[in-house]
Design a binder for this molecule. Structure first.
Ligand SMILES: Cc1cc2nc3c(=O)[nH]c(=O)nc-3n(C[C@H](O)[C@H](O)[C@H](O)COP(=O)(O)OP(=O)(O)OC[C@H]3O[C@@H](n4cnc5c(N)ncnc54)[C@H](O)[C@@H]3O)c2cc1C
Length: 534
């Protein structure tokens, strides 16, 4: 055996080199350590199993027959061709056009696509004006930790270091268009202290009332820069001879005609995610493959086209973005019970983590329960995605509209159709823990243990939805896809949800709007890089 097991004494000496800390004693310290089994120091090989079950080959993995030259109705020439007029593609097309090259944008729908309202950037002039200072390294560390160290830290750093400039670029346009952009939940309520949060929250969210306004603003600028956008034109196949550069893309218009778009410099693929492709979900995101996507256009077209010419998908399982309004007060940390009437978790978790627990409850549904004190309690329930921090008139109106209301816990249980005695016992126990200020069952912090004891009582039922899948293709830091031998595929760039290695495990909500923030930032970088393609 080549391992050993010895009790050894080590002397640690103070290090007196400038800038290095000495030990607290300032001198020598003796520590005892038992050296356990050590494997041989020779690097072990990766032992691959011999009885591995062959992977199923799905239809989408089989490249289609090339579209024949005879079937091409028209040839159109540009220097850069961007596919997908979502938030990433619009940014890519605009930055390519701003750099002075002839750019064409293809979109399979009749108009641009966007949803939501949050965009995460660090170091914008808006943040600077508000005096917001953010430790980029801390965010990078936390994003890496949340992703179990699987994302490519170099890509995360690119966003952290560069997105402030991208934000200013965007703010120039939104300001000119008269769109209001604010930093959401800033300043936070006085009760909020990031240092005491289990899940941190950063003031990075550039919030616009509706992301479609941002997309339309980008489209206006794209058009002003002379980009021709072909709507209802769906990209079908990339053009590549053997290992050569990508030279263009063949697309199909609404009349069913094939158009060949030749790109003298590069093609940028920004076709969004693949959540609406059942086969791709089964292969790359099986844990969420039972869920219907909220984005109908997310059929993975770009991922597939790139894989047919040699690009490689990042390892799975990929990261689903799944959110659930935990109830009428969204992800605020009020009591939750499952359909058995039982409490099942510390409710003080981000919206995506909450879904993970809810998904594992009977029926995958839960109830959020609170009482008439909720307007006073909301400011103590944290900030971030899905948090309501002020009970505005609208919030109170919405709560009254969607929640079940009752004057007693028994009446509430009956209306919720829960086992009355179990629910009564759950509420009684929760109130006891809340009054004692110590959550012996799940360890929720005392200021978020809001007792349910002041009628009227409220409850709202909720499940969750698949918004997008954040898995994509392997890329380098120029945002070029890589083949199975890690060689660059020249003439092709990726941005938005076609690009991989940004997220793993779960979509992190510590920076609300990270998906858009990255799509806009990497879209801009991909557009600029496409321009400099030789
Ligand atoms: C309800 C909802 C709210 C959300 N809110 C937020 C939020 O506030 N902040 C946030 O960061 N994220 C949010 N997201 C997630 C976010 O929308 C996506 O992750 C993000 O839009 C990705 O941008 P994208 O440009 O990569 O893709 P998309 O916005 O999906 O754009 C891709 C575009 O490519 C087009 N396309 C696809 N295939 C082809 C083809 N073959 N030829 C031509 N065109 C093609 C599509 O039609 C689409 O226009 C939300 C998602 C949902 C469902």
């Amino acid at each position: 055996m080549s391992g050993n097991s010895n009790k050894t004494k080590h002397v640690i000496r103070g290090n007196f080199k400038t800038g290095r800390k000495t030990l607290p004693s300032g001198g020598n310290e003796v520590i005892s350590t038992r050296v356990g089994y050590l494997p041989p120091l020779k690097a072990p090989p990766i032992r691959k199993r011999k009885d591995m079950i062959p992977e199923r080959i799905y239809n989408f993995q089989v490249p289609p027959d090339p579209i024949r030259a005879n079937d091409i109705k028209k040839y159109i020439h540009a220097e850069v061709v961007v596919v997908g007029a979502g938030i990433a593609g619009l940014s890519a097309a605009l930055s390519a056009a701003e750099a002075g090259v002839k750019t064409i944008l293809l979109e399979k729908m009749a108009t641009v696509q966007a949803r939501g309202h949050d965009n995460a950037f660090i170091g914008s002039r808006l943040q600077e004006k508000l005096g917001i200072k953010i430790d980029k390294d801390e965010i990078i560390r936390n994003l890496m930790r949340y992703g179990a160290n699987k994302p490519d830290q170099r890509l995360i750093r690119m966003w952290a270091e560069g997105s402030g400039k991208t934000a200013d670029w965007l703010l120039d346009m939104t300001d000119a268009a008269g769109l209001e952009v604010i930093i959401n939940h800033y300043p936070p309520p006085p009760a909020f202290n990031n240092a005491t949060e289990y899940y941190p929250q950063y003031p990075v969210t550039h919030h616009c009332h509706n992301e479609r306004l941002i997309a339309n603003c980008l489209l206006d600028n794209v058009s002003k820069k002379g980009v021709v956008t072909y709507f209802r034109t769906s990209a079908k196949q990339l053009l590549r001879k053997k290992k050569d550069r990508i030279t263009g893309v063949i697309a199909q218009n609404a009349a069913g005609e094939y158009l060949q778009f030749n790109a003298a410099k590069a093609v940028v693929l920004c076709t969004g995610d693949y959540g609406n492709n059942a086969e791709m979900m089964a292969k790359y995101c099986p844990q969420s493959s039972y869920l219907a996507s909220m984005i109908p256009t997310s059929t993975g077209d770009g991922h597939m086209m790139a894989m047919w010419i040699g690009a490689v998908m990042e390892p799975g399982p990929h990261t689903p973005m799944i959110h659930g309004p935990a109830g009428p007060l969204l992800s605020s940390a009020f009591l939750q019970v499952n359909l058995l009437g039982e409490r099942f978790q510390n409710e003080d978790v981000p919206i995506q983590s909450n879904v993970n627990a809810v998904e594992r409850q009977p029926g995958g549904m839960i109830w959020q329960v609170f009482d008439s004190k909720y307007p006073e309690e909301l400011p103590y329930h944290g900030i971030g995605l899905g948090k309501i921090i002020i009970a505005t008139e609208k919030v109170q109106h919405d709560v009254a509209k969607v929640a079940i209301m009752a004057d007693s816990i028994v009446e509430l249980a009956v209306k919720m159709k829960l086992p009355v005695e179990t629910f009564k016992a759950t509420v009684k126990r929760y109130n006891k823990l809340a009054r004692s200020g110590k959550d012996l069952d799940f360890g929720k912090r005392p200021d978020r243990l809001s007792p349910v004891d002041s009628p009227p009582y409220y409850a709202g039922k909720s499940g969750y939805s698949l918004l997008a899948v954040m898995g994509g293709l392997n890329v380098n830091q120029k945002l070029q896809p890589l083949d199975k031998d890690w060689n660059v595929i020249p003439g092709l760039y990726l941005a938005g949800n076609t690009m991989g290695n940004r997220f793993a495990v779960d979509y992190p909500t510590m920076c609300p709007g990270l998906s858009h923030g990255m799509a806009i930032h990497f879209g801009r970088i991909a557009g600029l890089n496409a321009v400099s393609q030789k």
